[in-house]
Design a binder for this molecule. Structure first.
Ligand SMILES: C[S@@+](CC[C@H](N)C(=O)[O-])C[C@H]1O[C@@H](n2cnc3c(N)ncnc32)[C@H](O)[C@@H]1O
Length: 183
């Protein structure tokens, strides 16, 4: 597969990406150098990648299937995706709590949220150590479980790609009283 050369996708993203509707739309929020943007484009998804700094992302690779949006997500500007809905949303190694409602609102019916980021306790292992960038215990699960069907959730010290305290979640936007998602 012709994935982005600089970095492999996180295991959590690779594991759950196939739950997103085949050929569907995916939002990679705070995409960084686009390791997941390119990975998902290679899987056949139409990817919208958002970051305040798009300088690290290759515009030529998978050019036809990737939409790049430069936006500061924390400066009080309106949510840059308007009312658009996505079949999948990926957020990794990024936390700005005020965005949680907008992220969940941007999931289409049966849309899949794949989220992994650092959690309290990570200070022992390195950065980030600022509490603003660290999830509180079970925070990701609490924020999502009222509105989404949680498929998988983990919290603890992860060994790869390097030791870190993290939470990671995969959840699907379908009625809480309806049938569960197909895995
Ligand atoms: C640690 S990187 C993670 C990149 C990517 N998600 C990954 O896991 O490879 C955090 C990203 O968040 C972006 N970011 C930080 N603050 C932001 C803001 N206020 N608005 C938009 N993007 C921001 C940074 O530019 C950076 O690309």
């Amino acid at each position: 597969m012709n994935t982005h050369q600089s970095e492999k996708p996180l295991d959590w993203v690779a594991r759950f990406a196939p739950l997103v509707k085949s050929g569907g739309t995916v939002l990679d929020l705070a995409c960084g150098n686009g390791r997941h943007t390119h990975y998902l484009a290679c899987l056949g998804y139409q990817v919208t990648a958002v970051d305040r700094d798009l300088s690290g992302i290759s515009e030529t690779e998978n050019a036809g299937t990737i939409e790049l949006i430069g936006a500061d997500l924390e400066d009080g500007s309106p949510w840059p995706l308007g009312s658009r809905k996505f079949n999948g949303i990926i957020v990794t190694n990024y936390l700005y709590r005020l965005l949680f409602p907008a992220i969940i609102d941007a999931l289409d019916d049966d849309g899949v949220l794949i989220y992994e980021t650092f959690s309290m306790g990570n200070k022992e292992y390195g950065r980030p150590s600022n509490p603003n960038f660290l999830l509180k215990p079970s925070e990701l699960l609490s924020v999502c479980s009222d509105r989404l069907r949680v498929v998988a959730y983990e919290e603890g010290v992860l060994g790869t790609p390097s030791p870190a305290v993290k939470q990671r979640l995969c959840a699907v936007n379908r009625p809480l009283d309806g049938a569960p998602a197909s895995l």
